[in-house]
Design a protein. Structure first.
Lengths: 131, 236
């Protein structure tokens, strides 16, 4: 039971002096997250109020910025960078699968859009009209 | 942090029993595994949303989120993205206060843990209230509504039909944001439990504040999911 419990036992007795906070990195990451979020919102707002012809790389930019935010939150705030390398790989493998799914969704979604643009009536006939 | 993650564990003995191979406590590791499984669940929902959107957008039956979600409390104008950006900011702030609480727990600073936990709970409740506002605006609908073939006007959104477009749009909106909202709610409940335990001195007696850290992991996951929902639902 002790082995699988925390490793911080008996480090502090009630009444011991409390160390000063070391929070600079937390606020640094917060400013990064805020900057990235404002960038995303700004980009989306510009695109809404006037089509600037950015469409080709707008979606990948949003996704990359979101993945950047995810990196900050997972590695800094969830303390993953302090864990053992093998544990990071255990989770990292699944996160890579997730990235693969995101790409799959973009590719399949592109196909779905194109096939419906090319054959609008044909698909209605074969799919029984509902799709 | 007195983590002994820097100590090398011999590959021969790491998996022979009697040691923790990843040098991480059981509770924390299981929380991580649960979070990854939950991430895959949310991914499946978002991928379903992406597939539906691409399928029906071509027919012109899929609404543009910027024209649907453009309300802001106390403001009559139509401001797309403003309110949902505020919600994202609120949740990110609550994540910051949560990690500050965890950091205070590492230093055994009970007063600061309580302070930051209270702020995190307030942030979570503010987010839930904001989501309730979004749902209300969505369900109530616009003044014009959508004229139906039989002459009546359809206003608002429900699970079977909505004025904005294809039924799946409202169904997926309710399901994804509702599922996420229930995670935020359970996160707030966990935070309240943690706060009560901190106030009663449970962690001082135990000798460590790892419970705060585990609940913190859950809370950061909830924030992370919202970041992805925000991108795939409102931005793309």
């Amino acid at each position: 039971m002790e082995l699988y419990d925390s490793y911080h036992q008996h480090l502090h007795k009630v009444g011991d002096p409390i160390a000063p906070p070391k929070t600079r990195w937390i606020w640094k990451v917060f400013w990064y997250l805020l900057a990235v979020t404002l960038g995303e919102v700004g980009l989306a707002s510009f695109n809404y109020y006037g089509n600037m012809g950015w469409d080709a790389w707008l979606k990948p930019t949003f996704i990359l910025l979101t993945l950047l935010k995810a990196y900050f939150i997972i590695f800094s705030y969830m303390h993953l960078k302090d864990e053992r390398k093998n544990f990071k790989l255990t989770l990292g493998f699944l996160i890579i699968i997730l990235g693969y799914f995101i790409m799959l969704m973009m590719i399949e979604g592109y196909y779905q859009t194109q096939i419906r643009l090319m054959f609008p009536d044909f698909l209605k006939q074969t799919m029984g009209g509902h799709h | 942090m007195a983590h002994s993650t820097a100590e090398p564990v011999s590959a021969k003995t790491a998996w022979s029993g009697g040691v923790a191979p990843y040098n991480i406590s059981w509770g924390k590791m299981m929380m991580w595994f649960f979070l990854v499984s939950d991430a895959l669940t949310f991914s499946s929902l978002l991928i379903y949303y992406g597939a539906s959107r691409n399928t029906y957008r071509v027919e012109g039956n899929w609404p543009d989120p910027d024209t649907v979600f453009n309300h802001f409390p106390f403001i009559e104008a139509h401001v797309p993205l403003a309110f949902v950006s505020l919600m994202t900011f609120i949740l990110i702030m609550s994540s910051v206060t949560m990690v500050l609480a965890v950091e205070a727990g590492h230093r055994f600073d009970k007063k600061r843990v309580i302070f930051w936990l209270v702020l995190t709970i307030i942030g979570g409740l503010m987010f839930l209230g904001s989501q309730a506002y979004e749902w209300t605006m969505f369900i109530t609908g616009t003044h014009d509504g959508r004229p139906l073939p039989d002459g009546s006007v359809l206003r608002g959104a429900g699970l079977t039909q909505n004025e904005y477009g294809h039924p799946l749009f409202a169904q997926l909106f309710f399901f994804i944001t509702g599922f996420h909202g229930s995670h935020v709610f359970s996160g707030v409940v966990l935070n309240v439990i943690t706060l009560i335990m901190t106030l009663r001195g449970v962690f001082e007696r135990k000798g460590h504040y790892e419970f705060v850290e585990k609940v913190g992991l859950y809370w950061h996951f909830v924030d992370l999911v919202w970041v992805f929902v925000f991108t795939f639902f409102y931005l793309i």
